[in-house]
Design a protein around this ligand. Structure first.
Ligand code: NAD
Length: 332
């Protein structure tokens, strides 16, 4: 049985080849993304494996169906890039890795907070140039601050616990309140209240029609002046133009993002020798109080191991039994 992979990097090949022995699949790796222009590369494959920026549209799914592909396996948790209705119509199973290491993403969100606050990235460069002055490096205590968490699923929950460990007051907004978190002292409040009271706002909800641009000019003006905004979830949760305006006025004083609305044209590539035409990301990167990482929150050894094993198991079970033991992994 053959799996064709898109958007692969050397580490994907390394991990999938390492763990494929007990499954015995034929693995075909493409560096290029899957979209309507590249779907023709799929040749006699039982399954296709994709990542966050592959475009699994109706057109792509129809082509995969003609090629008799039976399974589309997402090696990630989010699935906003897949047309689930089209997959259902064409009778193609879609599976994902619902939880691989929520801690990996939560810990990266904390890394963004600490770096933006204590400016260790600037201190590192400064000291290497024998500049030992502290001017411009002033931070604030996390202890006693209010942190607002939007989305308290696997990652949001892990993030809440870390922030409680710092001695922060944690407010949360979710469509379903989490009893366990409530019992540990997290207060579930309406979104407006969370925005009005939080010193730091961190996004951990999925991207869907309800959450697209949940951070807009309207919601930004409800926030505390000087707020820190962290997004490790999906780029389009944020209206980037509105955020740039707020960074210019100082309403947002710190921005940490691991995701960006137009990231599929930029992230996971070395563009150091090219001219980037996207003026929005260039403007964002020009602010000294903005930290951009290129969708690396998931990138730990533990997470990659879990992603690899779950993906191979998902494909194996679906191809052999047309069923999955981990029901939460099955989307269609
Ligand atoms: P999850 O499904 O466990 O949790 C999502 C939570 O969001 C749930 O509690 C859900 O009720 C809540 N939610 C849904 N709609 C909402 C709304 N309208 N308002 C508020 N809350 C809402 O997912 P997770 O594993 O915690 O992952 C969260 C997101 O993180 C994923 O959807 C993905 O986009 C992103 N992610 C990013 C990376 C990365 O490397 N940067 C890695 C993994 C996941």
């Amino acid at each position: 049985m053959k799996i064709t992979f898109f958007s692969t990097q050397p580490y994907d090949k390394e991990f999938f080849n390492r763990y494929n022995d007990s499954f015995g699949f034929q693995l075909d790796f493409f560096e290029i993304e899957l979209n309507a222009q590249t779907v023709h590369l799929v040749d006699k494959s039982d399954a296709v494996c994709v990542f966050v920026n592959d475009i699994v549209s109706e057109t792509v799914i129809a082509q995969l169906s003609i090629k008799n592909v039976k399974v589309i396996a997402l090696r990630c948790a989010g699935f906003n890039n897949v047309d689930l209705a089209a997959a259902k119509q064409h009778n193609i199973n879609i599976c994902r890795v619902p939880a691989y290491s929520p801690q990996a993403v939560a810990e990266h969100a904390v890394a963004l907070i600490l770096t933006l606050n204590r400016k260790t990235h600037k201190a590192y460069n400064r000291v290497r140039e024998q500049n030992f002055s502290l001017n411009g490096l002033l931070g604030f205590d996390l202890y006693g601050k209010t942190v607002g968490v939007i989305g308290t699923g696997n990652i949001g929950k892990a993030f809440c616990r870390i922030m409680q460990g710092f001695g922060c007051k944690v407010l949360a907004f979710d469509i379903i309140a989490n009893k366990e978190l409530e019992a540990s002292g997290v207060q579930f409040v309406p979104l407006i209240e969370l925005l009005q009271q939080s010193d730091i706002v961190s996004l951990h909800c999925p991207l869907n029609e309800q959450t697209k641009h949940i951070i807009s000019s309207d919601t930004i003006q409800m926030m505390k002046p000087g707020v820190m905004l962290i997004n490790t979830s999906r780029g389009a949760l944020i209206d980037t133009t509105a955020v740039i305006t707020a960074l210019k006025s100082g309403q947002i004083a710190y921005l940490g993002i691991d995701v960006y609305e137009q990231e599929e044209h930029i992230f996971f590539r070395d563009l150091s020798a090219t001219v980037i035409e996207d003026d929005t990301i260039q403007r964002l990167m020009s602010f000294s109080n903005v930290l951009v990482t290129a969708h690396q929150a998931f990138f730990t050894k533990e997470a990659l191991t879990q992603i690899t094993l779950t993906t191979l198991r998902n494909v194996d079970e679906l191809l052999k039994t047309n069923n999955l033991s981990a029901r939460s992994a099955l989307l269609v």
